[in-house]
Design a binder for this molecule. Structure first.
Ligand code: ADP
Ligand code: MG
Ligand code: MG
Length: 875
């Protein structure tokens, strides 16, 4: 078995075995870049070490010794030699990059006699002593657990005594003092003298690096970044390059392009006369790489060449470490550079025009989920922020404004020009106008698919939901987080992408919809097979949807149109009607308004399909709340007020009581409502077809698709379709029009998916309503589950993910698959889409592609993300 690879034996593809650092050191060696020689002990040795009581596998020691001999040959130095000593670094390096999480020891191989060798060899006593004191410090800290800060105390103490400002101001004599005090500290803490035997130093350091895979920092980092425990780390042993040999030496880090903007420029920092860790440690302020020509001209020329060699070779932006020893440049590390989404897009598009990558690769490189960052205003994080609470990141983007606790108040002050954050325990359809008026919404209850979250996402407004730390007192018009009280009119800011509530007015920066971004999405469009539509209820939403590239509307919810203040009275009249005649009279008032809405939306969406869903929610949602009415009626009675005012309220109370249901989400709603009160849906269908016919006459192409919600049994769609088809035909005849339309259904009740073949007899299209489908498949209330137990399930690994955010493939996904298959058995050309929140979740989009859906539909702001994810599904 082979555990050790000399640099150049492996290559960049061997990250699992050699770790990212080792694989890329090998690769850079291969392509002829100046890398100090060395070797990598692979991750299998690390696995053995952990499985076998922290011991080395058989043969590893021989292999290390053999490679050490090779390293001595290459470097023309000798390990531990009193005349010409070889010093090495011992560096961690896992398969995934874990910057700064694990340990590294530099300048290993120094002892009292090799120190003398290094002094004579370099003629630079100060330098050699500096290496020695660094080594004692790092070895003590990393290998023996001597507190790093204790060393730093000694160092600053000596600096103070001799009046040195910087480390580099210390003379050789000063460093000797530091070293002897370091050694004392080492002995005091460990009970031993500082080890002098180099191979012993090496063995211990290698073990320390293996062990650092399981230090607390590393474990936490792995958890957050989902890096498997089982991977382990490799260990790199490498000849030292000395950046601390004087003013013709130095060290630095860089990126081949600017990682925050993506601009192709020299980006990075360096320090003269320093060793690697000094740059990050912030001991001295580093200088910008673009100015390196002044201090280290020859090395800078070499570095410039290496920028383009690295990019041409890796075909991606790289981040790298380097050290200059007496004017000679050495490369010490390279890896794919982390970048902001904005930079990622610019770099991908630029690299296509530079001919480094093709369009497919460019599309593949952008993580769809990361686009969320770009599509909403952002909080400027360059200043410090006071985060007071954390809730669910329900709708991305940032907003700040004055706190208001009531939708009416919010609307009123917003009309006066004040920026408002609506703060509610939770929101209901009654609060819509407050949400519309507000910059963003904060709720203390409810989950990612709560009303507030869904509405805010639909409108592209930031929302932090289910923020239980915020205790709202609606009477006092204030909320409290621990002892901090925030009153009506106080400023807060929210970051809906992070779920943060911030005290005061944070500065925001506008979203970036660059040309590059558009270009990239265009490439994605040419790759994807899946259609992308938007959920849009208003002409404004529809316009936004088009702007973001939607190819139609997959869900237009008609009930939102009922909520407008000028319409609600007519809607309530309709609900309170005592008989069909009265109801029809009220509906006649609503009909022209509905027709107007549809005309506007159809016009915006000219030539593109629009799926209109008939009324869905239970009727009580359009009436005042039972509790509120009870209070009002009681108040009137107590005050002794009677007459029409009281009568009116009492009548309303009776009706609301009559409509009350224990489980309204499982009650009289969806097609059940249309079956019991056909007049309502007949009016809606007439309005849709009328609108379509009128526009058709004007020459506007309209493709209406009428969607019947909440079907669970074939007979439900059968009888709804019968009466509605009749209305549609009558309307067409009246206009003598030939406008094409379709009737279809939502598949959102598990039974509907199971009997999809029976339902497809009547439905001309399916749209998977995965919010309800998930709710009913799991039996989780989507308005309560997240705040009550789903977070616990997720935290404890009971569910891998929130099924309301990403489709549960094993359960809900299987039902969808079955629905598509059975539906198409009966109707091979059955158009299938999805209109739940999942339509904007990248993994769910990919799943929709694989089960053969025709399109996904999501809120307008997530359309770009869905376009990109749909392309990822193909490549
Ligand atoms: P990390 O993964 O935390 O960056 P590294 O192993 O890259 O740890 O090393 C820490 C620092 O030491 C880096 O600045 C690196 O450039 C420097 N360094 C590592 N090995 C050598 C070496 N052989 N010669 C000079 N500097 C080195
Ligand atoms: Mg590094
Ligand atoms: Mg539904």
């Amino acid at each position: 078995k082979k555990y050790v690879y000399f640099f150049g034996e492996g290559d960049a593809s061997m990250k699992m075995l050699l770790g990212g650092k080792g694989a890329n050191l090998a690769e850079m060696t291969r392509i002829g870049l100046p890398v100090p020689p060395g070797f990598t002990i692979n991750t299998e040795a690390c696995h053995h070490y952990y499985k076998n009581n922290e011991t080395w596998p058989e043969g590893l020691e021989e292999e290390v010794k053999k490679n050490l001999v090779e390293l001595e040959k290459k470097s023309q130095k000798k390990f531990g030699d009193p005349v010409n000593p070889l010093l090495v670094s011992v560096r961690s390096g896992a398969p995934a990059s874990m910057p700064g999480m694990m340990d590294t020891v530099l300048n290993l191989g120094l002892n009292e006699s090799s120190l003398q060798g290094l002094i004579k060899l370099t003629g630079n006593e100060r330098f050699a002593l500096d290496c020695y004191r660094r080594f004692i410090q790092m070895f003590g800290d990393v290998v023996m657990g001597v507190d790093h800060d204790k060393y730093e105390e000694i160092l600053s103490d000596v600096k103070k005594q001799v009046g040195a400002r910087l480390d580099t101001d210390l003379t050789a004599e000063n460093l000797k003092v530091v070293i002897s005090r370091y050694k004392e500290l080492y002995k005091k803490v460990t009970g031993e003298d500082f080890p002098q035997e180099p191979f012993n130093q090496l063995k211990k350091s290698i073990n320390a690096v293996f062990s650092s895979w399981n230090n607390k920092r590393a474990i936490t980092y792995r958890k957050i970044n989902k890096i498997p425990e089982s991977w382990g780390t490799a260990v790199n042993v490498q000849m030292m390059a000395f950046g601390n040999m004087g003013n013709d030496s130095g060290t630095g880090v860089g990126f081949t392009r600017n990682p925050s903007t993506g601009i192709k420029e020299f980006y990075g920092e360096y320090l003269v006369n320093a060793q690697g860790e000094d740059v990050v440690a912030g001991i001295r302020t580093p200088k910008a790489i673009k100015d390196m020509g002044q201090d280290l001209p020859a090395a800078f020329e070499d570095l410039k060449k290496i920028y383009s060699i690295l990019e041409e070779h890796y075909r991606d932006m790289q981040d790298f470490e380097f050290t200059i020893e007496k004017g000679k440049l050495y490369m010490l590390q390279t890896r794919t550079g982390k970048r902001t989404t904005q930079a990622a897009i610019k770099i991908a598009v630029d690299m296509v025009s530079e001919g480094l990558i093709d369009k497919k690769t460019a599309v593949k490189r952008i993580d769809p989920a990361s686009l969320n960052q770009l599509l909403h205003p952002q909080i400027d994080r360059s200043v410090s922020l006071k985060v007071i609470a954390k809730g669910l990141p329900a709708s991305p983007g940032a907003a700040s404004g004055k706190v208001y606790f009531d939708a009416d108040d919010a609307e009123r002050v917003a009309n006066e020009g004040t920026k408002v954050i609506l703060v509610r325990p939770e929101t209901t359809p009654d609060d819509i106008h407050g949400v519309v008026a507000a910059q963003g919404v904060l709720t203390s209850r409810g989950g990612m698919t709560s009303h507030a979250a869904v509405v805010a996402r639909g409108m592209g407004k930031p929302c932090v939901a289910g923020c239980e730390a915020v205790a709202i007192d609606l009477d006092k018009k204030q909320f409290q987080v621990n002892s901090l009280v925030v009153k009506e009119g106080d400023f807060i800011s929210i970051d809906g992408g992070k779920g943060e509530v911030i005290l005061g007015q944070a500065k925001t920066i506008p979203p970036q919809l660059s040309d590059d971004f558009q270009k990239l999405l265009g490439w994605a469009d040419s790759i994807r097979k899946l259609g992308v539509r938007a959920n849009a209820d208003t002409p404004n939403d529809a316009r936004k949807a088009i702007e973001f590239g939607a190819e139609g509307i997959g869900l237009c919810r008609t009930e939102h149109m009922f909520m407008a203040p000028d319409r609600l009275p007519a809607v309530q009249e309709m609900i309170m009607a005592q008989n069909v005649e009265e109801r029809k009279k009220a509906l006649a008032k609503i009909e022209p308004m509905q027709k107007g809405d549809f005309k506007e939306i159809f016009k915006v969406m000219e030539g593109k399909p629009v799926t209109v869903r008939l009324i869905d929610p239970p009727l009580h949602e359009f009436l005042p709340k039972l509790e509120d009415l009870l209070v009002e009626v009681t108040t009137l009675r107590v005050k002794g007020i009677s007459g029409p005012e009281l009568e009116e309220k009492e009548k309303m109370l009776k009706i609301v009581r009559g409509l009350h249901e224990t489980n309204p989400m499982l009650g009289l709603r969806g097609c059940r409502l249309g079956i019991v009160y056909p007049e309502i849906v007949e009016m809606q269908v007439r309005a849709i077809i009328d609108a379509a016919c009128e526009l058709d006459k004007e020459g506007v192409k309209v493709l209406p698709e009428i969607m019947i919600p909440l079907v669970g049994h074939q007979n439900e769609i059968k009888i709804q379709k019968e009466i509605l088809e009749k209305i549609a035909k009558e309307t067409l005849d009246r206009h003598q029009s030939k406008v094409q339309y379709k009737f279809g259904t939502m598949i959102e009740i598990p039974r509907a998916a199971i009997v999809a073949d029976q339902i497809a007899e009547y439905a001309e299209f399916f749209s998977f309503g995965t919010n309800d489908l998930t709710q009913m498949t799991f039996g989780y209330s989507r308005d309560d589950a997240e705040g009550k137990f789903l977070f616990f399930y997720e935290e404890n690994g009971i569910l891998p993910e929130d099924p309301f955010q990403s489709i549960d493939l094993d359960g809900v996904g299987e039902l969808m698959k079955m629905g598509v298959q059975k539906g198409r058995q009966v109707r091979p050309d059955l158009k299938c889409g999805i209109c739940g929140e999942h339509g904007g979740d990248p993994n769910s989009v990919i799943f929709c592609h694989t089960i053969g859906l025709n399109y996904v539909s999501c809120s307008p702001f997530r359309v770009p993300l869905a376009r990109l994810a749909a392309a990822h599904a193909v490549i």
